[in-house]
Design a protein around this ligand. Structure first.
Ligand code: APR
Length: 238
């Protein structure tokens, strides 16, 4: 049974209108990531951090899954092997596009986390520092997002999937943030064939066996059609 492991980044949601981080006019060109995406930034100014993620949560909820999200859901439904999506994205467009096996290694805008007791619950639209935790009543609610300097979620399951993957595909990620930036090397070392689908070659392009350039809404449906036609995702032309 062929195992496909798919890593997605902000580029797969770009055509749904959600910004990427490092493209021209990207999120990190408009916000200081140290102020809004680190534990220190949250401790220093929680209101600014809540405003940042409330705005991204609203944009995520207003966005629609695009053809790339829908194509991956079709792949999961129709491919005779295993399909697992590991996403760096915190939007829920994969799930709303129909995918069921999705691991959010950087957390989710739809999650609230109590910084006091660790309780998790569905995020309110607007996350005010004064919202008490339903379990411990502390007023230390935070977005359930993995910030820089924090450890990504689901890593044991991801390392295992990287060891077992027959094919590893990275879609719309710049390959600049670890540990995700090393996944292609990890998968290749375990014998996987690696394909990158991106609008432009990423920093990790040399780690891949093949590279296809273009918008995700064209590349991903085309690739899924090929895989379902051939019944395999391995060793295809770049
Ligand atoms: N189709 C395909 N790829 C695209 C498209 C598109 N329409 N638009 C942009 N891209 C690609 C860019 O070429 C780039 O390689 O998406 C990638 C976006 O890179 P980043 O903005 O760095 O996003 P990402 O790789 O997901 O960032 C990783 O960094 O800031 C942290 O936690 C954050 O999860 C994020 C992580």
């Amino acid at each position: 049974m062929e195992k496909l492991l798919i890593l997605t980044g902000a580029g797969i949601s770009a055509e749904s209108g959600l910004g990427t981080f490092r493209d021209r006019d990207g999120i990190w060109s408009r916000y200081d990531l140290n102020a809004v995406a680190t534990p220190e930034g949250f401790a220093h100014n929680p209101l600014l951090v809540h405003e940042f993620y409330d705005a991204r949560r609203a944009a995520s909820r207003a966005a629609q899954p695009n053809a790339a999200h829908h194509a991956l859901a079709r792949l999961e439904r129709e491919f005779p092997g295993e399909v697992l999506i590991v996403t760096q994205n915190v939007d829920d467009l994969h799930e709303r596009g129909g995918s069921r096996r999705v691991l959010h290694m950087h957390g989710s805008l739809e999650g609230a986390l109590c910084a006091e007791c660790g309780h998790r619950w569905p995020a309110p639209a607007v996350m005010l520092a004064s919202v008490p935790c339903p379990v411990c009543s502390a007023s230390r609610i935070r977005p359930d997002i993995v910030w820089f300097g924090e450890y990504p979620y689901h890593m044991e399951e991801i390392w295992q999937a990287l060891r077992q993957a027959d094919v590893f595909v990275a879609i719309g990620t710049s390959g600049t943030v670890y540990p995700a930036a090393a996944f292609a090397q990890d998968a290749a070392r375990a014998g996987a064939w690696c394909l990158e689908l991106n609008a432009e070659a990423s920093a990790t392009a040399p780690d891949f066996d093949a590279l296809r350039l273009g918008p995700a809404t064209r590349l991903v449906p085309d690739w899924v059609n090929e895989v379902l036609t051939h019944g395999t995702a391995g060793k295809q032309p770049g």
